[in-house]
Design a protein around this ligand. Structure first.
Ligand code: GDD
Ligand code: MG
Length: 346
C-alpha cells in the first residue's frame, strides 16, 4: 500500500516568464494537455493507492482544481511558508502515520518528466522490498553530463534489486561532477524516494532533531477544511529550511539506490524543455505562432504575438502577455537572476 507524496512547493523561477509566483511551473501544461502536477499523479495511479500533495497555501485552489479535474483530489497539506523538502516530507510522514503506522511513501517532485512509465513502475516495484525492510530507497539515473544541479550517488555493493549507497553528494561543483561522471561509479539522484513514513521520521529525528521537533509541533495542531490540511503556522515558521538530500540522504546508513531507466528528466530550465520537445528539421522547438528563417537549435514560445526569428542559433525566446525573455540557450540557468532583480525592485 503505497501513497504518492507529491512535493509541489517549488517556485520554478528558471522557467520565468511562463512560471510565475502565483502560477509556478508545476501547475503549467508544459509538456502535454495535463499540468506537471497532473502528469505526476496520473503516472502513479496504476501502483499507488492514494496521494498527498504538499504545497504552499497560496496555490491551494490551483492544486485542488487540478486534482479535481483528474478525479484525484484527496489530501493537500498547506505550508504557510516554504521550508524546503525535508520539512515538507516530514509533514506528510506525520500525517500518513496517523492513518496507518506502517505507511509507505513514494516521494515525488511535481515537476519531472518520465516518458517510460512502465519502466518507472518496474523500478518502484523493485524498490518496495528494500523499503519494507527499513531502507531509504532513492532512484538513480545514469548520468549523461557533468550536471551541477543534481545530487550524485556512488554505487556500493549489490543490495536488493540495486546497490548500497557508498556516498551521496548533493550538488557537487563542476570539477567534482566531471570526476564522478568519468568514474562511471555514480548515478544522479532523481529526487524521488521510497521509504516507510516511520523510517524517514526516525532518520530525521536522528540527524535533524530540530526539524523533526518543529514539524511534530506543527502537526500536533492541524485543522482540516475541505481537502486541505492546515498546520500550525507559528510552529512551522520556527522550522529550519533544508532539503531531504542534505538533511537525511547524505547522512543515512540505510540508503539503497535502485537504477531507473525511464527517460526521466528534471524540467529545470528552458534548455531541458528544448531537450525533450519535438523539433523541426532545423532543431527548433516552435510553440504558438512562430516563423523562422535560417535559424537553428532554438526554443520559441509565442503566447499572444507572432515571433519571427532570422539567422539566430541556440537561443530561447518566450513571449507572454506582460514579459518577453530572450536568452542564450547556454545561459538559461541564470534566468532566476532576472526573477531576483524583479523581486528586489518590487
Ligand atoms: N511542498 C514543498 N515545499 N515542496 C517543495 C519545497 C517546499 O518548501 N521546496 C521544493 N519543493 C519541491 C519542488 O517543487 C520540486 O518538485 C521538489 O520539491 C524538488 O525541489 P527542487 O528545488 O526542484 O530540488 P532540486 O531540483 O534543486 O534538487 C533535487 O532534485 C534533483 C533532481 O531533480 C535533489 O533531490 C537533487 O539531489 C536531485 O538530483
Ligand atoms: Mg528540481
Amino acid at each position: 500500500n503505497i501513497t504518492s507524496v507529491i512535493m509541489a512547493g517549488g517556485t520554478g523561477s528558471r522557467l520565468w516568464p511562463m512560471s510565475r509566483a502565483l502560477h509556478p511551473k508545476q501547475f503549467l501544461k508544459l509538456t502535454s494537455s495535463y499540468s506537471m502536477l497532473q502528469e505526476t499523479v496520473n503516472r502513479t495511479l496504476p501502483f499507488t493507492h492514494s496521494n498527498i500533495v504538499i504545497c504552499n497555501e497560496d496555490h491551494r485552489f490551483l492544486a485542488a482544481e487540478q486534482l479535481r479535474e483528474i478525479g484525484q483530489l484527496q489530501q493537500i497539506i498547506l505550508e504557510p511558508v516554504g521550508r524546503n523538502t525535508a520539512p515538507a516530507i516530514a509533514l506528510a510522514a506525520f500525517q500518513l502515520q496517523k492513518q496507518d503506522k506502517d505507511a509507505m511513501m513514494l516521494v515525488l517532485a511535481a515537476d519531472h518528466v518520465i516518458k517510460d512509465t512502465a519502466a518507472f513502475e518496474q523500478s518502484v516495484k523493485q524498490a518496495t522490498v528494500a523499503a519494507q525492510q527499513g531502507k531509504m530507497v532513492t532512484f538513480g539515473i545514469v548520468p549523461t553530463h557533468a550536471e551541477t544541479g543534481y545530487g550524485y550517488i556512488k554505487r556500493g555493493d549489490n543490495s536488493f534489486d540495486g546497490f548500497t549507497v557508498s556516498q551521496f553528494v548533493e550538488k557537487p561543483n563542476l570539477e567534482t561532477a566531471q570526476q564522478y561522471l568519468d568514474s562511471g561509479d555514480y548515478y544522479w539522484n532523481s529526487g524521488m524516494f521510497l521509504f516507510k513514513a516511520s523510517q524517514y521520521l526516525d532518520e530525521l529525528k536522528l540527524f535533524r532533531p530540530d526539524i523533526y521537533q518543529a514539524c511534530e509541533a506543527a502537526m500536533a495542531d492541524v485543522s482540516a477544511d475541505l481537502d486541505f490540511v492546515r498546520i500550525n503556522q507559528q510552529q512551522f515558521e520556527q522550522c529550519p529550511s533544508e532539503s531531504i538530500d542534505y538533511a537525511v540522504m547524505e547522512k543515512t546508513a540505510n540508503a539503497v539506490v535502485i537504477p531507473l531507466d525511464a527517460q526521466w528528466s528534471d524540467v529545470g530550465a528552458w534548455s531541458a524543455l528544448w531537450d525533450i520537445s519535438n523539433k523541426d528539421q532545423n532543431n527548433n522547438v516552435l510553440q504558438g505562432d512562430v516563423l523562422t528563417h535560417n535559424s537553428t537549435n532554438s526554443y520559441f514560445n509565442a503566447e499572444h504575438k507572432l515571433i519571427a526569428a532570422v539567422g539566430v542559433d541556440n537561443i530561447v525566446v518566450i513571449e507572454t502577455k506582460d514579459a518577453v525573455l530572450v536568452a542564450h540557450k547556454d545561459n538559461v540557468q541564470d534566468v532566476k537572476a532576472i526573477v531576483e532583480q524583479l523581486k528586489a525592485s518590487n
